[in-house]
Design a binder for this molecule. Structure first.
Ligand code: UDP
Ligand code: MG
Length: 315
């Protein structure tokens, strides 16, 4: 039987500090897996340079020159983690039977990759890498990430708890994924929709080996908004409930006013009037912005722009 060709896809954005370590460890692992005949000799690591501004690309190009098992894909600009990952998967599916995606910082334990491949051999199309605990993340990162998962599931977005983008996908799963043409990519929400047989492997999340997180709070927030607006219309429904609640409150106030007038008491209160005008006004603006978020998605999706452009592919 032909041995499985594995492609390990690694999106990299300004990762010059961590790349040497990453490459050494991934290469070691790949060698080991080839030696054990778990994967074929054609297997490779594909580094996707997401428009880095540091020496990331020259480093990748150097590895790729020196080593047949390393390839580099340079994108023509920074398109973000999800799109960069998609570019890598889209390229790898041309000649790989199975892909494993992993972040360049190796916070995810590469030693479960063989286990993932074994599950693939056992008939799974998708294998999630799931973090057992996140004690090595900073308190801030941990709580915000936890809030993120909770919030997402509250908003009705199905995603695998404590799973990021460390996963194995068979070629047909990647093919299926590529049929989903949305621009506002949220892969960990999309992959469960593919419907193929899935399984999980568990590991402890490690510390970032070098360099710093490329996901500041602002990016995490916009990532969360992407996830929710791409998978759930629950926020739109919440607006209806909010409006209904406000109507009920106004009814109560109306009754209060009528009773006060009937009893001959005047109705007064500049302060409460101002308060309610600003309160209701603020709520309306927030609701508008929720609707606007969806309209914005329609706008960007409607243009069907390409997700990424390739500048160079080094095999
Ligand atoms: N990344 C990318 N493009 C970006 C931002 C990040 O390709 O615009 C890559 C980055 O190089 C890393 C992965 O996405 O391989 C995850 O980023 P990071 O480790 O900084 O995120 P965190 O683990 O802190 O959530
Ligand atoms: Mg990381």
């Amino acid at each position: 039987m032909e041995k499985t060709t594995l492609a390990i896809v690694v999106p990299c954005f300004n990762e010059e500090e961590v790349l040497p370590q990453t490459n050494e460890r991934l290469r070691g692992l790949l060698d080991e897996m080839m030696r054990q005949h778990l994967v074929g000799e054609e297997s490779y690591i594909l580094y996707v340079d997401d428009g880095s501004r540091d020496r990331t690309w020259p480093i990748i190009a150097g590895y790729s020159d020196a080593d047949v098992h390393v390839r580099g894909l340079k994108l023509a600009g920074n398109v973000g983690h999800q799109n960069a990952l998609m570019a890598g998967l889209d390229t790898a599916r041309l000649d790989a039977d199975v892909t494993v995606s992993i972040d360049a910082d190796l916070q995810d334990d590469i030693h479960v990759i063989p286990e993932m491949v074994r599950k693939f051999d056992g008939g799974c199309d998708i294998v999630y890498g799931v973090r057992r605990k996140r004690t090595t993340d900073s308190f801030f990162k941990r709580t915000t990430a936890q809030m993120f998962y909770k919030f997402m599931s509250g908003m009705g977005v199905k995603s695998v708890y404590n799973h990021a983008d460390f996963r194995l996908m068979s070629r047909r799963a990647v093919d299926a994924l590529c049929m989903y043409e949305e621009r506002n990519l949220f892969l960990r929400g999309l992959v469960p929709l593919l419907g193929y047989k899935t399984d999980s492997v568990y590991y402890d999340r490690l510390e970032r080996q070098a360099g710093e997180s490329k996901y500041p709070l602002s990016k995490m927030l916009s990532f969360a908004v992407d996830g929710i607006t791409s998978f759930s219309v629950k926020p739109l429904r919440l607006i209806f409930y909010l409006g209904s609640a406000f109507l009920l409150i106004s009814l109560g106030i109306l009754i209060y006013v009528i009773v006060a007038l009937c009893e001959g008491r005047g109705v007064q209160g500049w302060a409460s009037l101002m308060l309610s005008i600003w309160f209701v006004g603020g709520c309306m603006l927030i609701c508008l912005s929720i609707i606007a978020a969806y309209i914005g998605r329609i706008y960007t999706e409607g243009k069907h722009r390409p997700r990424y452009n390739i500048e160079q592919y080094l095999k």
